[in-house]
Ligand binder design. Structure first.
Ligand code: SF4
Length: 117
């Protein structure tokens, strides 16, 4: 749908040029969570990377929001994002592509709270 595409485009722009938008870490975590929740109506449940992966990623983001995330949680999040490449349709593939961009451009936001040194 056109409206949803526009929303995703806006989010994309924020994530890519976050230095200009100056999202703080919690904002970014919340933005990703909201984006994933907004995709629920599109998810049909036919394949695991999308059906189960999105819910698991949301739970990991909740841990970040509560300050309880660990390095293992970040590694699991990354794995779930890359698993979306095996999705059966563009819904999961697009979620994966968007989140790969987020990881590429904002990795420090998710890494800093969980690094061990
Ligand atoms: S990727 Fe497509 S087929 Fe798989 S659960 Fe999501 S919407 Fe369904």
């Amino acid at each position: 749908m056109a409206t949803e595409s526009l929303d995703v485009k806006k989010l994309f722009e924020k994530w890519i040029i976050d230095a200009d938008v100056k999202l703080n870490e919690i904002d970014l975590v919340n933005e990703i969570k909201q984006y994933l929740v907004s995709q629920h109506p599109e998810i049909c449940g036919k394949c695991t990377p999308c059906r189960d992966g999105v819910v698991k990623m949301e739970k990991l983001l909740d841990k970040y929001a509560k300050g309880k995330a660990t390095l293992e949680n970040l590694q699991e999040f990354e794995k779930l994002v890359y698993n979306l490449r095996a999705s059966r349709c563009s819904v999961g593939l697009d979620i994966g592509k968007n989140l790969e961009v987020v990881l590429e451009n904002n990795y420090n936001v998710l890494y800093r709270p969980v690094k061990k040194y």
